[in-house]
Design a binder for this molecule. Structure first.
Ligand code: F6R
Length: 260
């Protein structure tokens, strides 16, 4: 894992945008896995700015979102469909036919999830998967005890995750109990994983995921098995890591050609 610690979430998000930009520019048909939530909002702002000011071209981008709540209409303000179109897709030149977001209204959910997996494969696999981190260590909506080999499927949200997201639904009682999510096995097949975490409330989950054992009880710890996982943090999210000095030393001594 490459652990990058930036002074704040603004600087970290700008760096994340440069990583995404590089992949979009390098690949003839970049396949990008997107996440929702608070964490990537600044990244998406930067990508919109790069599109407007620097001509970053999304016309070849194929998008696959990580997850979606079960039972929400796409125009529900807390749905991930709504979030993605509002915060990114409507503001760049992505082709609507290239956007894939799990359909939380699918009638046959297992068949739909299998189809989603096939669509990722048919697109050539994910070049990059953007990830946030749950306070309980989840990635996507792979909650603790999720199989490290899991594929896209329905998951039941933990009490903690429903509490964390209550604000978007005007109260915990309105938060759905289920979501469709790419599996940990699906995520690990992305050629690059970029996990971002900001703020003190993520510090414990980061310490467990990065310096703890690989365990299904901390789903993000599965990234230790990934050949190219970038963990991008602000100082607060890094505050419970034991080896901060070492990670900073490594980052400062990166060979010129590896720098972003
Ligand atoms: C969202 C997702 C979740 C979030 C995580 C952190 O698509 O998959 O894993 O990334 O719950 O959410 P925030 O960023 O709101 O703290």
């Amino acid at each position: 894992m490459e652990i990058i610690i930036q002074p704040d979430s603004e600087k970290a998000s700008l760096l994340a945008a440069r990583i995404v930009k590089k992949i979009i520019q390098e690949k003839p048909q970049p396949v990008i896995g997107f996440a929702t939530g608070n964490t990537p909002l600044l990244l998406y702002k930067n990508l919109v700015r790069m599109h407007r000011e620097e001509g970053l071209d999304f016309s070849r981008v194929v998008a696959f979102n990580l997850d979606e709540y079960v039972g929400l209409q796409p125009d529900h303000p807390a749905s991930f469909h709504y979030y993605m179109w509002k915060n990114l897709f409507s503001q760049v030149n992505i082709k609507p036919e290239n956007v894939h977001i799990p359909n939380g209204l699918a009638e046959d959910i297992p068949a739909y999830c299998e189809q989603y997996e096939q669509e990722i494969k048919a697109a050539g696999g994910l070049d990059l998967q953007i990830l946030g981190l749950g306070t309980d260590g989840h990635i996507g909506f792979n909650e603790p005890s999720s199989s490290l080999a899991s594929r896209t499927r329905i998951k039941t949200l933990t009490d903690q995750t429903r509490k964390d997201n209550a604000v978007f639904f005007g109260g915990e009682e309105n938060v759905p109990f289920h979501a469709i999510t790419m599996g940990i096995g699906t995520i690990l097949e992305a050629r690059t994983c970029l996990l971002m975490a900001f703020g003190k409330k993520k510090a414990r989950a980061i310490a467990l995921a990065v310096e703890g054992p690989v365990t299904s009880m901390v789903p993000a710890s599965a990234l230790q098995l990934h050949p190219k996982a970038i963990i991008l943090l602000d100082r607060d999210a890094a505050s419970e890591l034991k080896h901060v000095d070492y990670y900073q030393w490594v980052y400062e001594h990166k060979p010129e050609w590896q720098k972003i």
